[in-house]
Design a protein. Sequence first.
Length: 52
Amino acid sequence: MALVTKIKEFREKAGLTQADLAEKVGARLAMDIARVFDVTVEELFTFTDGGK
């Protein structure tokens, strides 16, 4: 099972660099990252079977 994230997509849409995002959340915690983009954690992360 693989974890797929949409963080990069949301971050780029918001015009944020990785450093900008890290500064906003202090640490890269899923709930805090979702809060920055005003989305749910489920919208950012999806589990897949890795193509199996």
